[in-house]
Write a protein that binds this ligand. Structure first.
Ligand code: PEP
Ligand code: MN
Length: 353
């Protein structure tokens, strides 16, 4: 259920409607839009007493949202959600594409700094690096944990890059939320509902990756868990799904980008690294992702991929990433988007380059 307020409704009227909804025992989610405020109602088992709300001053109409996902839906919010960081630090969902780059895992301070310097010079505004790694084998490198988070906090200070890193369980979420600018929830945890709810109570943006076999509806319902707890800053990420095709690690489903954009106001970015698993496929699929209208990319980059402790096969060399950035700078304007130039990157000014 959704209460649509009149364009000229006052803040007081919005507040009164929210209070009435809470009196019914439900949760009210006021969502300001360009034209008017809408108030999403969650927590109701069946139809809410629409009549009582319809009669309140400032209310234009009360509508039933028929889709299972509500707060993430365009019915509730028509305009695209734009997730801003500080000025010049990059964003997701606006005209500029949000570009995240860095190694699969943080392996050492030297490794992380070497890669961060290169991706910042190429114009990325966000640095990725796993501290807690969800690995298929218990014998594979599991990440440096808090030490990696500390290294990334230093990288933010040194290069001005915003930090994106994964939380794999409730304990790591507390630490990741303390250090990172954006909390990643990986494909394997897309339906870890207690983790999603906990991420919904954190006041930091969440990067939610699509599960390996998740449908569009399951993907959006996972995001709904986060929004339903009060965190409206979610960036979705397509990272490939399991299919019969074995020429790539996963099958990158670029068609979900326009499908998400039709159904939801949330930004959606693409991960061509896990989406293909092969270095030589990463650049062409990145170009395609920008052309299809994605709101950004997350790309694995390593200065010595042959020695990487995870995902070296799909990591770009820094020079390749630099070239990729130059290419997408040309493609983006065709779809009315842009990619920030390295020269305008406050990160490098900060680093004294
Ligand atoms: C990652 O980003 O390093 C990762 C593990 O991704 P995914 O959850 O998509 O497999
Ligand atoms: Mn990886």
């Amino acid at each position: 259920m959704l209460v649509v307020m009149k364009a000229q409704a006052t803040e007081e009227q919005v507040r009164a409607v929210c209070e009435r909804i809470e009196q019914f025992g439900y949760r009210a989610h006021p969502i300001p839009g360009a034209q008017r405020t809408a108030i999403g109602i969650t927590g109701n088992k069946g139809a809410v007493e629409a009549g009582a709300l319809e009669e309140m001053s400032g209310v234009q109409e009360v509508i039933v949202v028929s889709k299972p996902y509500k707060l993430v839906s365009r019915d509730v919010k028509e305009e695209d959600t734009v997730i801003h960081f500080a000025d010049g630090d990059g964003s997701f969902g606006g005209r500029d594409l949000g570009i995240i780059a860095g190694p699969c895992s943080i392996e050492s301070r030297e490794q992380a700094f070497a890669i961060a310097e290169r991706v910042a010079k190429s114009g990325a505004r966000f640095f990725r690096g796993g501290a807690y790694k969800p690995r298929t084998s218990p014998y594979a490198f599991q990440g440096l944990g808090e030490e990696a988070l500390k290294i990334m906090a230093e990288i933010r200070d040194r290069f001005g890059l915003r930090i994106v890193t994964e939380a794999i369980d409730n304990e790591s979420l507390d630490l990741v939320a303390e250090y990172a600018d954006c909390i990643q929830i990986g494909a394997r945890n897309m339906q870890n509902f207690s983790l999603l709810k906990k991420a919904g109570r954190v006041r930091k943006p969440v990067l939610l990756k699509r599960g390996m076999s998740a449908t569009l509806e399951e993907f959006l319902m996972a995001a709904e868990y986060i929004l339903s707890e009060g965190n409206y800053e979610v960036v979705l990420c397509e990272r490939g799904v399991r299919t019969f095709a074995d020429h790539t690690r996963n099958t990158l489903d670029l068609s979900i980008v326009p499908a998400v954009q039709k159904a939801s106001h949330l930004p959606i970015i693409v991960d061509p690294s896990h989406g293909t698993g092969k270095r030589d496929k990463v650049v062409p699929l990145s170009r395609a992702a920008v052309a299809v209208g994605a709101d950004g990319l997350i790309v694995e980059v390593h200065h010595e991929p042959d020695r990487a402790l995870s995902d070296g096969m799909q990591s770009l060399f820094p020079d390749q990433f630099d070239e990729l950035m130059a290419e997408i700078r040309q493609i983006a304007p065709v779809v009315h988007r842009s990619v920030q130039e390295p020269s305008s990157n406050p990160a490098m000014a900060k680093a004294g380059k």
